[in-house]
Design a protein around this ligand. Structure first.
Ligand SMILES: [Zn+2]
Length: 499
């Protein structure tokens, strides 16, 4: 068996400020940069990404891999037409060469381009048109995929992650290999059943480290065992303004219908997904009140500026709230925020050197979905506490082993509040991202993370009680914590904006 393998990852927040151009896919940021051919296999072997898992599974099965290309860009607004067409051309050139028996695609599933609503459905269709119906096409998807009917119909099988934070990326690549083996054995596409939920689920309600998602995802392997299916449940990415944005349940197998109906009944109960948020001010006030008694850190998630969901990781609402409430004066050097994307500040820090004080403005006021800009930059005399070249290897449970390059980085301190400033965009999902600039999360009282849920994998072990000591704050930013806050234009009326 020869399997052509390729990857394309983008989560498109159509309400976000910046687009994903070809340069973004060549940078990669929190993904590996665009890579083609044999080097792709070398780079991704052993990495906790779906392709890494599929490579391992293929080795075990004695399959030979025909590497095409792999690329991903940080979540943002639309993929440019140019970027999508370059990615597609790279994959299609290898598809057109032929010489393989099946195709595996490592996809996100929530990519929207300037000229295409459903980029993954389009890519699968283009491949299908070349290979015909006898060559199986199997793809893995992110749990945030907005799964379309076209994707389900054009592929032989799709399977998504079952964890958020996504610590099972490689495991999902292995599941995709299992699905491909099933498809080969059966000799035709297995029966497919799918049902879309009628409401959007806020990102912060989706963590599988909390209820209800934890228990719901536990049901999948049990139902699969019972029905002999491969079930998936994508909670969707609720900020892609097109007509098929929304959660989807689907399964492959003889008893797909029963399995999907059973899972659908569990997940479609709306009240379990409802969620409350605190303002930036209240989140800081509550954390400060608790911090004096707490022996372990408290974590505040700055969810609306999550660069894993289309934010640029540069807003200042929580930094202002910390400074206004004298957080750093109450707990000097025990308050930290990261990651703040501000290449200019990082450069100024590097030029001044460790120990210097620099007079700068930090952060950016960005346009948000409300029509207003986010809070103004913070102006002040920042002390340069540490510098770094931004080369770091992820050690926590998510993307374990991946080497990232964030460019010049610094720890800047103002009034006892430390800020991890970076020149590349990455979600704060690993403690190493603080440690690279000398901040040790274990020693902190309050940690502000620009992340919605991915931080939970590496930061939950730090807190005493995940239910009370992790607070989700709604500071002004480009990613709506509550999908009902977004000015939707293309979402059908039948899709409710909240559970
Ligand atoms: Zn995701």
């Amino acid at each position: 068996m020869k399997i052509l393998v390729a990857g394309y990852q983008h989560e498109t927040n159509t309400f976000a400020p910046s687009k994903a151009d070809w340069a973004a896919f060549n940078r990669g940021d929190d993904f590996p940069a665009f890579i083609h051919g044999r080097a792709m296999l070398d780079k991704l072997t052993g990495v906790n990404l779906p392709m890494g898992g599929f490579i391992d599974a293929a080795k075990i099965r004695g399959w030979q891999l025909v590497p095409s290309s792999w690329c991903g860009a940080s979540p943002s607004s639309y993929v440019t037409q140019d970027a999508f067409e370059r990615m597609s051309a790279s994959v299609m050139a290898d598809v057109n060469k032929g010489g393989f028996d099946a195709v595996y695609l490592d996809l996100h599933g929530a990519g929207v381009a300037e000229h295409l609503d459903d980029t993954e459905g389009e890519l699968i269709t283009r491949i299908r048109q070349v290979v015909g119906k006898d060559i199986p096409i199997v793809a893995s998807l992110d749990l945030h995929a907005n799964v379309t009917q076209r994707m389900l119909q054009q592929a032989d099988a799709l399977v998504s992650y079952r964890t958020y934070p996504h610590i099972d990326m490689a495991g999902t690549g292995e599941l995709a290999a299992q699905l491909l083996a099933r498809r080969i054995k059966v000799g035709r596409k297995e029966p497919l059943r799918y049902r879309r939920l009628p409401f959007l689920i806020p990102l912060n309600a989706q963590s599988t480290w909390m209820q209800p998602a934890a228990a719901l995802y536990d049901a999948l392997p049990e139902l699969d065992k019972h029905f002999g299916t491969c079930l998936s449940f994508c909670m969707a990415f609720p900020a892609s303004d097109f007509d098929e944005c929304g959660p989807m349940v689907w399964a492959h197998g003889e008893h797909a219908l029963e399995a999907v109906d059973r899972l659908f009944a569990l997940v479609a109960e709306p009240t379990q997904w409802k969620l409350e948020f605190l303002s930036a001010h209240d989140a800081v006030a509550q954390s400060l009140a608790r911090a004096s008694q707490a022996h372990k850190p408290l974590v505040i998630a700055d969810t609306q500026d999550n660069p894993g969901a289309g934010g640029d990781s540069n807003t200042t609402g929580l930094l202002h709230a910390l400074l206004q409430q004298d957080a750093g004066k109450k707990f000097p050097d025990q308050i930290a925020l990261g990651l703040m994307f501000d290449p200019q500040a990082a450069r100024a820090a590097a030029a001044a050197g460790v120990g210097a004080t620099i007079s700068i403005t930090l952060g950016t006021a960005v346009p948000t979905f409300t029509g207003q800009h986010s809070d103004p930059p913070v102006t002040g005399e920042f002390r340069v506490r540490a510098l770094s070249d931004g080369q770091v290897t992820i050690k926590g449970p998510m993307m374990t082993g991946m080497a990232v390059t964030l460019g010049p980085c610094a720890c800047l301190e103002l009034d006892g509040v430390q800020v991890a400033v970076v020149s590349g965009q990455m979600q704060m999902l690993d403690r190493e991202l603080f440690r690279m600039v000398g901040i040790h999360p274990e020693a902190l009282k309050i940690i502000v993370v620009k992340s919605s849920n991915h931080f939970r994998a590496d930061f939950t072990p730090l807190v005493a009680d995940a239910q009370t000591d992790i607070i989700v704050a709604k500071a002004a930013g480009p990613m709506a914590a509550d999908p009902a806050d977004l000015p939707w234009k293309n979402l059908p009326a039948s899709m409710r904006r909240k559970p």
